[in-house]
Write a protein that binds this ligand. Structure first.
Ligand SMILES: NC(=O)c1ccc[n+]([C@@H]2O[C@H](COP(=O)([O-])OP(=O)(O)OC[C@H]3O[C@@H](n4cnc5c(N)ncnc54)[C@H](OP(=O)(O)O)[C@@H]3O)[C@@H](O)[C@H]2O)c1
Length: 261
């Protein structure tokens, strides 16, 4: 059992805690007393101060917002040792930035999970920093496999990962929102619209995952010539949904690059 310290027990920190709590010994540093109390009640984890968590953990997971990141790095400077691994999930903060501010040849791994971590269904992009070893990447993979699936990438692809899966749940929720609205406009109750849309998304994702077939093949299977699905798809294609999504993802990737340091 490794001792893992999580700095920041918010949305993501607590989702990671929920996933790894049984497999690893975990400590948390959370500045918000109400949240700290919640973590204690829900997971039995007592919050400790940053110095205690930093000193006593083999792996330190940085799960604070990018705007709190410099403050945390500043407080960790001089406290982090080379026998420790830093894992950062902060959007846009590069491994190099953390290495330089730590002031030593610190082993850093960067990870980009997504919100379905809260139900154990995240997908996390992972990339190693300059001084991280392949064992460190393996360790990070073990941790994030506890909250879903993982992919290993080069850091230059992290902005693309952010655009596709990091921000991805936002697009899917927007899609669900639009479908529900359209369903309600056809006379279905809000409850029924929610159930129909949620189960259709869930069932389609599961089929895509389990069938081993591409989305295009599965789409073909529900699209009979002259039928209802074809009528709807013709509208989506006329309005160039593919192109719109390409532009949306390009905008997210550009923004990730602008925000990165
Ligand atoms: N949410 C996502 O979908 C998602 C996806 C991928 C990556 N991420 C990354 O995950 C990180 C965390 O995001 P989040 O949504 O979990 O944020 P969050 O809910 O705001 O959680 C961060 C927590 O850390 C606390 N905190 C701030 N500074 C601290 C300090 N010095 N010591 C101890 N605790 C401190 C915050 O307390 P206060 O509220 O008092 O500041 C807050 O409770 C971000 O860097 C984000 O880029 C998030």
């Amino acid at each position: 059992m490794s001792k893992i310290g999580i700095i920041g027990g918010g949305n993501m920190g607590s989702a990671i805690l929920a996933g790894i709590g049984r497999k690893f010994t975990v400590r948390v540093c959370e500045q918000d007393a109400r949240r700290a109390g919640l973590l204690k009640r829900r997971f039995g984890v007592k919050a400790a101060d940053l110095a205690t968590v930093a000193a006593g953990s083999r792996i330190i997971i940085l799960a604070v917002k990018p705007q709190n990141f410099d403050e945390v790095l500043g407080r960790l400077r001089g406290r982090v040792r080379q026998d420790q691994l830093i894992i950062s999930i902060a959007a846009g903060i590069t491994c190099r930035y953390i290495e330089q501010r730590s002031g030593q040849r610190i082993r850093v791994v960067r990870a980009m999970p997504n919100l379905p971590a809260q139900v154990g269904e995240a997908v996390t992009g992972i990339c190693p920093g300059k001084f991280a070893t392949s064992a460190d990447v393996k360790t990070a993979r073990q941790i994030f496999n506890c909250i879903g699936k993982t992919v290993i990438v080069d850091e230059r692809l992290m902005d693309a990962i952010t655009a596709v899966s990091g921000s991805g749940p936002g697009y899917i929720f927007y899609f669900a929102e639009c479908l529900e609205k359209a369903a309600r406009s056809m006379g279905l109750s809000p409850t029924m619209a929610r159930e129909l849309v949620t189960q259709t998304l869930k069932g389609s994702a599961r089929l895509l995952e389990r069938s081993g077939e591409g989305a295009d093949v599965l789409r073909g299977r529900v699209t009979s010539k002259g039928g209802t699905t074809q009528a709807a798809l013709a509208v989506l294609q006329k309005h160039k949904m593919g192109k719109i999504l390409q532009q949306a993802l390009a905008a997210a990737k550009k923004r990730a690059k602008e925000l990165s340091k």
